[in-house]
Each structure stands twice: as structure tokens, then as C-alpha cells.
Design a protein. Structure first.
Length: 366
């Protein structure tokens, strides 16, 4: 066979010496086909200790060079392979191929196949950033003269009874901005002519994230405000904010989300929760490369933002700049400062200003 040396022979330039098996009994098959089979009793493997030269010429006889590049252009193979019971048909004859040589002919796994494999192995962890939805989920409270959002409620339709003997299901009632939710640009007057939640491009729902940790500051001062200098100091340490990604602000506020009172943290002067200063909100919306802001509090704005100029600047600037908000996030402590990917899943409510959302993060673990 051209390009296949005798036992003990040396490989030509660009080839590799592999210990393995090569046998060629005649079988009726088309040239270039791959077949999976158990070891054929008529195929006598050479001892694995017997070196056999597999050269580029041998590979080219099976696959043209434009499909299979020379051996030295591909990843190294193991020199001590064992017979794998895999056969490959060439010119009407079967070639029994060792495991390591199959790397030469088998394609690299696809990106999606590699992702699935990493998810199954735990090399990529899925972190749930979503607060459970129930009747006790905290909701935003506005002054009484304004309309109020609804708390989450379930209305049972049937539960394995005479209303439906084999099934259980519910109607539910909820505000668009209840629980972990997504703010669309048309949520605020500055974005009233921009996209509703059903029109958000789906490729924007999967994006990288930067996580800025201000847990210690918020613990000391619940009215703590993130300034532009805080973000730039983070960038000096970790690199620029991700283009087309999310800026996630961790404050530890998710530990209060079990009940309305500690979560809103309100007194006679209004709520006291951390957030962004008006200038930082403008900078994030108009100068930074991110597509949106994610927070652990009930809304993207700080508790005292009603008295800022402009009032509620995160909503005003972000929505007016065709950007988004994610609120009431949980488990940001499980994310690294850089390198995670956020998957946000709002309901595509036609003309809707937002939606409760399941928000996940993909985190690569070593």
C-alpha cells in the first residue's frame, strides 16, 4: 500500500510513526466510506509494539489534502495506540485503524457539541439568577396617587378533580415588572417610541457580563451610589466593560428578597436601597458599550432616585438609549468579575413594557 511503510519503517517528512494495526482483507464497499465494526476475525492485528509508519501520502490516498491537512498541522496523536475495532474502507479494501489514527479522519466536534459536553461534565455551570415567583415576592410600591403593580397570584383551574381529572393547571396574574424581570425601552417615557419587550432582538438576550461587587459598601450604607469612578477603577483592574454585554451590580441585596419590608427598606422618607448616581446612569447609558444594567434591588434605580435630577435616571437614560434593565437578580455572588454569559428570557408580550424573566448565567469552571 503506497505510503504505508513496513513494520519498523520510518515515517516520511510530515508524517508520524504510530504503533498500531494495518490489515487489508478484501471487502465489498465503496472507497472512502467509514464503517464501525467489532474486530473482524479475518483481520489479524499487528502487535501494538510493532511500529508502522503512517505518512501524509497514506492519508492523502484516503482523503484529499484540502480536506485532511498534513499530520504536522494537526494536534499530536498518541504513539501507543491500541486496536479499536474501527474499520475504514479504501479502494474496496478494509483498513483496520487504531484509535489514535481515527483522530486524523474524524472531524473536530462542533461548537454546540462542545458546549453540551461542557454542560454535562460541569466544566460550564448554569447559575440561576432568578427569584422564585410567588404571592410573597416583593413588588415595587409607588406613592398612593399612582397606579400600582399587581402582586403575583395563582388562580387554580383544575387539579386532578372533576374540573379536570388528569391534569393540574392555573391562570396567573402578575405585573410585567414583578419579581426578576426585564425592562424594555418603551417602559419609560424617554423610550416610548422604541422597542417593546416582544421586539427585543433575540441575539441580545444572550450576552457576556461584567460583575461589579459593592456588597461591603451597601452593607455600610444602604443608600450607597455607584459613581463613574467606581466603574473606571473596576476597568483598570479587569479590563473594559464587555461590548454588547451586561453591567451587573452586586450589592448583596438578594439576601433581603424573602420579604417585602426588608427588601424595600422604606421609612417615612421613602425606600433606602443602593444604585447608580445620576451621572453614572447617564455614562452607562450613553458612553459605555453595554446593552443594559442588572441589579439585585426591586428596580434599576436607587431607592432615593425620585429626588435625583433627572428623577429615576437609570430608567430615563437607559430606556431612552434603547438599552435594557434586569432587576431582582439573585446569586450574583456565584459569578466571576468577568467571563460569564447571561441568558435572559422575558416573555414576548406584544406591546409590553417588560416581563418576568428566567435569567441564567453560564460560568466556566476549572
Amino acid at each position: 500500500m503506497e505510503g504505508v511503510g513496513e513494520a519498523g519503517g520510518e515515517a516520511e517528512e510530515g508524517g508520524a510513526v504510530l504503533a498500531g494495526v494495518l490489515a487489508v482483507p478484501a471487502v465489498p464497499a465503496a472507497s472512502g466510506d467509514f464503517v464501525e465494526s467489532p474486530p473482524d476475525p479475518d483481520v489479524q492485528p499487528v502487535s501494538p509494539s510493532t511500529p508502522t509508519a503512517i505518512t501524509d501520502a497514506a492519508i492523502a490516498a484516503v482523503r484529499p489534502p484540502d480536506i485532511v491537512p498534513p499530520l504536522h498541522h494537526r494536534r499530536p496523536t498518541q504513539p501507543d495506540c491500541e486496536y479499536h475495532g474501527t474499520a475504514f474502507v479504501m479502494s474496496g479494501a478494509m483498513l483496520s485503524v487504531p484509535r489514535c489514527l481515527m483522530e486524523v479522519f474524524m472531524p473536530e466536534p462542533s461548537v454546540l457539541a462542545s458546549l453540551v459536553s461542557a454542560l454535562r461534565s460541569g466544566a460550564i455551570e448554569v447559575v440561576d439568577l432568578t427569584a422564585p415567583l410567588s404571592s410573597t415576592t416583593p413588588v415595587l410600591q409607588l406613592p398612593p396617587e399612582f397606579g400600582q403593580t399587581a402582586a403575583f397570584e395563582l388562580d387554580e383551574i383544575s387539579r386532578y378533580d372533576d374540573r379536570g381529572p388528569a391534569w393540574y393547571w392555573n391562570n396567573f396574574r402578575s405585573g410585567e415588572h414583578t419579581g426578576t424581570h426585564f425592562d424594555a425601552p418603551n417602559h419609560w417615557v424617554t423610550g416610548k417610541d422604541l422597542a417593546d419587550v416582544a421586539s427585543v432582538p433575540v441575539n441580545r438576550l444572550v450576552a457576556p457580563a461584567a460583575v461589579l461587587d459593592f456588597t461591603a459598601e451597601a452593607r455600610e450604607n444602604p443608600d450607597f451610589l455607584v459613581e463613574v469612578d467606581h466603574v473606571k477603577a473596576w476597568e483598570a483592574e479587569h479590563g473594559p466593560l464587555p461590548d454588547g454585554g451586561w453591567l451587573l451590580v452586586r450589592t448583596g441585596w438578594d439576601t433581603r428578597s424573602h420579604a417585602q419590608e426588608p427588601f424595600l427598606n422604606a421609612d417615612e422618607n421613602g425606600p433606602h436601597t443602593p444604585g447608580l448616581s445620576a451621572e453614572c446612569a447617564r455614562w452607562v447609558a450613553q458612553e459605555s458599550p453595554v446593552i443594559g444594567l442588572g441589579v439585585e434591588t426591586v428596580g434599576t434605580d436607587a431607592g432615593g432616585a425620585h429626588s435625583f435630577d433627572p428623577a429615576f435616571p437609570c430608567h430615563s437614560y437607559l430606556m431612552g438609549s434603547d438599552k435594557y434593565g434586569l432587576t431582582q437578580l439573585q446569586n450574583l455572588a456565584a459569578l466571576p468579575a468577568t467571563g460569564s454569559v447571561v441568558v435572559a428570557g422575558p416573555l414576548p408580550i406584544v406591546t409590553g413594557s417588560g416581563s418576568p424573566a428566567r435569567v441564567l448565567a453560564l460560568v466556566e469552571r476549572s
